[in-house]
Design a protein. Structure first.
Lengths: 334, 236
């Protein structure tokens, strides 16, 4: 059974709507608010909520049109229920519930993180448990052991900044602007990742991350280099910083692959769009003969197709949310 | 004409199913944080009571504020979702109008008050006319003292309705021409009446142009330190 699902994602600063049939995205549209928030230096919850309510209706029409699907052809509706910004979540969740009720369709609320975990299925038919997935963005960084769909063991997570947050902070120090991840990726072009040996923080627990110390060492390094007058090229420093973050993420993810014996490794979140990280993923997987299932960058960053594929999965397993379901901004994978 | 009215702009949430000028079913609850859990079950309940199916709807009336931003957006997103499912209109109505209509009296000037927090209130002034009220002012955000000054400057008897319980104590003391009264929160039944008037006179925008009435810019300041573009290598 391949249900056709209209899906919504509004947990942060992207208003996203998609139509998914089974594991195939028939459409995947979004209205990004990056420019709106860039002038504030970060995502402003009230600004995000305002933008969601202004664009969700027209995006829904666009998603249905692009998919060539009439509301009467839908089998169900899904929306992100959490985690995220409460005011932002409520817009997509309320709109979705109302549409589902109006068409008398089953509705299911989806954990945003589970959406990221299932996103690889949109492009890799054989992405299935048991698998290891790295979830890393501005709001979250964790290594998840997907034992089965719905059975997730969080092996490790960040003990301070999320990886995307670390990119934002470091890009700021470098004068690269917001958001930091794409800026650092671009600035690293042609740079030597081994130019500067920034430290890799390795907390006691093998799968946990820590990124706050990196900022201190980068600031110290830049100050010293400026004083002595031999500041290396921007690309070299950017590539070295990027390498320090990527190295930790990749090594720990593949340590989890080794320990669990998983044969496939996936990922989601904006940081997984980083070119260096994707390259290193492929290298490490090759060494081990395991399969990499990293979806295209547009399916790594927040999108509604991932909510749709998770929605189709759970609706075909008979899971339906109550009309009284509320959003859960602090929802965590268990 | 069959329509649904959705009221979630204040701590009081309510819905009503109305056919022409007759209310067929209504449900309400006071719970500032619970609008999202109340709304669709309440709509479902009312439809079952009346025996309508969702596709019977011809329009959705929704309170676009002023009021609590999150509540307004929950209501508007719900209205947009329902309307989008069938391509029917979304008719915006404002909270202060619904309050005034419900409070209509024979002769007093009506002042409606909606608490929008941070010490400010959305207010509007209405003049009684046979069978209803006519708004005599624009809706504005004011401090309580300004409300008192405006009432004082106005000759004749006044009725102050809405969230008067949130006004500072004794705000109107000594002002014997003014009286506080119910309702505290706008109600979907009155909102429906406001909306029906607008619908019948074609006074509503295209669905994509229905927007919350915030009356205030988002409360954010630009953090120049955070967005400083200048780095050790020059501007980024
Ligand atoms: Zn995400």
């Amino acid at each position: 059974m391949n249900p056709t699902v209209l899906a919504f994602e509004t947990s942060c600063d992207e208003t996203a709507v998609a139509v998914v049939r089974g594991t195939e995205a028939l459409s995947n549209v979004l209205s990004s608010q990056v420019d709106l928030h860039a002038r504030f230096g970060g995502v402003v919850p009230e600004v995000a909520a305002r933008a969601h309510v202004e664009s969700i209706r027209s995006l829904t029409h666009q998603a249905l049109n692009e998919a060539g699907v009439h509301p009467a052809d839908l089998d169900g509706i899904a929306a992100t229920v959490g985690p995220g910004l409460v005011g932002a979540l409520l817009v997509g969740h309320s709109f979705a519930k109302a549409t589902a009720w109006a068409r008398q369709l089953p509705f299911v609320g989806i954990d945003h993180m589970e959406g990221h975990l299932m996103a690889p299925r949109l492009q890799f038919d054989d992405f299935a448990p048991p698998a290891i997935a790295l979830l890393a963005s501005g709001g979250h960084s964790q290594i998840v052991h997907v034992r089965d769909w719905g059975d997730y063991e969080v092996l490790g997570h960040t003990i301070d900044d999320a990886a995307g947050e670390a990119f934002d902070k470091l890009a700021r120090v470098m004068g690269l602007g917001f958001p930091g991840g794409p800026a650092m990726d671009a600035a690293s072009d042609g740079g030597d990742p081994a130019a500067v040996a920034f430290p890799r923080a390795l907390p006691d627990r093998p799968f946990h991350f820590s990124f706050s110390g990196l900022k201190t060492s980068v600031v110290t390094y830049i100050n010293k280099a400026q004083k002595s007058g031999d500041l290396p090229p921007l690309a070299d420093v950017a590539a070295s910083i990027q390498e320090a973050i990527v190295d930790v993420l990749v090594n720990k993810t593949f340590k989890a692959v080794d320990e669990t014996g998983a044969r496939v490794v996936g990922g989601g979140g904006g940081v997984l769009a980083n070119r260096r990280l994707r390259h290193r993923f492929a290298e490490e997987a090759d060494k081990r003969g395991v399969q990499v299932a990293l979806p295209d960058p547009v399916l790594c960053t927040d999108n509604a197709a991932m909510i749709g594929v998770a929605g189709a999965h759970w609706l075909s397993h008979g899971r339906i949310s109550d009309w009284a379901e509320n959003v859960d901004p602090g929802l965590a994978l268990t | 004409m069959k329509f649904l009215a959705i009221e979630t702009a204040t701590p009081g949430a309510s819905v009503a199913l109305v056919e022409d000028a007759t209310t067929l079913a209504a449900a309400s609850r006071i719970d500032r944080l619970g609008h999202a859990t109340f709304l669709v079950p309440a709509i479902d309940f009312c439809f079952h009571q009346v025996g309508w199916s969702p596709s019977d709807l011809e329009a959705v009336v929704v309170d676009v504020g002023p009021g609590l931003y999150t509540g307004i957006r929950v209501g508007l997103a719900t209205a947009q979702g329902l309307a989008a499912a069938f391509g029917i209109p979304v008719v915006p109505a404002v909270s202060v109008d619904a309050l005034a209509l419900e409070a209509r009296t024979g002769h007093r000037t009506i002042w409606t008050v909606v608490d929008v927090r941070r010490g400010e209130f959305a207010i509007a002034r209405y003049r009684p006319v046979p069978g209803g009220v006519v708004r005599d002012s624009s809706t504005e955000l004011v401090k309580p003292e300004v409300l008192r000054a405006q009432i004082e400057a106005r000759p004749g008897q006044s009725l102050v309705v809405g969230d008067v319980a949130q006004l500072p104590e004794g705000l109107l003391s000594g002002l014997h021409r003014a009286k506080m009264a119910k309702p505290r929160y706008p109600y979907a039944v009155a909102l429906a009446e406001v909306g029906r008037g607008r619908y019948e006179r074609d006074l509503y925008p295209a669905p994509d142009d229905v927007r919350p009435l915030y009356l205030r810019e988002p409360d954010v300041t630009i953090n120049w330190a955070k967005i400083r573009q200048e780095g050790p290598w020059g501007s980024g």
